[in-house]
Design a protein around this ligand. Sequence first.
Ligand code: HEC
Ligand code: HEC
Length: 203
Amino acid sequence: MKKQNKYWIPLVLACSLGMMTNSAMADVDALVKKCADCHEKDGNSKNSDTPSIAGMSSAFFLESMKGYKTGSRPALKLKDKKEDMKDVTNKLSDADVKALAGYFSKQKFTAFKQEFNADLAKQGKQLHKQYCDKCHSSGGTSTEDDTGILAGQPAGYLKYSMDNYANGKREMSKKMATKFKAMQEAAGNDGITQLIHYYTSQQ
Ligand code: HEC
Ligand code: HEC
């Protein structure tokens, strides 16, 4: 008997694990459909007011979704849509959000194609180096800081999120707030515009 058990238990475990993976995979497809209308199936947005969510770290993704659900992060209602991110996250379980984080973090981020002013981008690059690169490293392209992806995001979304920070509608960590304020004191509101041109110039 003992000998039989030795092979039987791993076999049962392997079968049930296999079934779990199959059903989880099917779920992800259905879940992604709920996002594709605004973020596209591969997470690379085609709308200037909607961020691309491809390739961002799972930690940042989970934190963002939690923020919308609890209301600590404001949600924008797009003109032609019925739902905002608060409505979207309200309908998702923790397991759904985890599965989506796994899926979108594996998609390849593609920079949004858009116009920019090269002179403003140059000034923005200096500001970024001095005040932002510490936590948004490699010019805002890195995902290792768990702070999202800034380079190549659409200008409409960048302006919306920076304005939210500037008006206090979206909370910043204390350390980011210190740097953000120092940047504003040094460059004024033009600083935000210059930073946006720098991030959008990275294509
Ligand atoms: C009706 C349009 C719409 C749908 C559907 C939608 N989103 Fe969003 N999403 C947005 C908009 C607009 C923003 C940015 C504005 C804001 O903060 O509300 C956003 C922001 C996000 C962010 C934050 C990104 C960042 O860089 O901070 C994440 C993560 C996200 N969405 C994930 C999802 C997922 C996952 C789904 C599907 C379950 C989904 N969204 C469905 C419109 C949508
Ligand atoms: C001390 C670290 C730190 C510094 C310095 C910092 N940030 Fe951040 N930043 C964060 C963290 C952490 C987040 C994610 C948390 C959140 O959602 O608010 C973030 C998020 C953001 C986002 C939102 C990204 C998204 O997709 O939603 C923008 C835009 C941003 N930062 C811009 C800046 C700019 C511009 C500067 C420089 C003036 C800056 N940050 C400096 C830590 C930092």
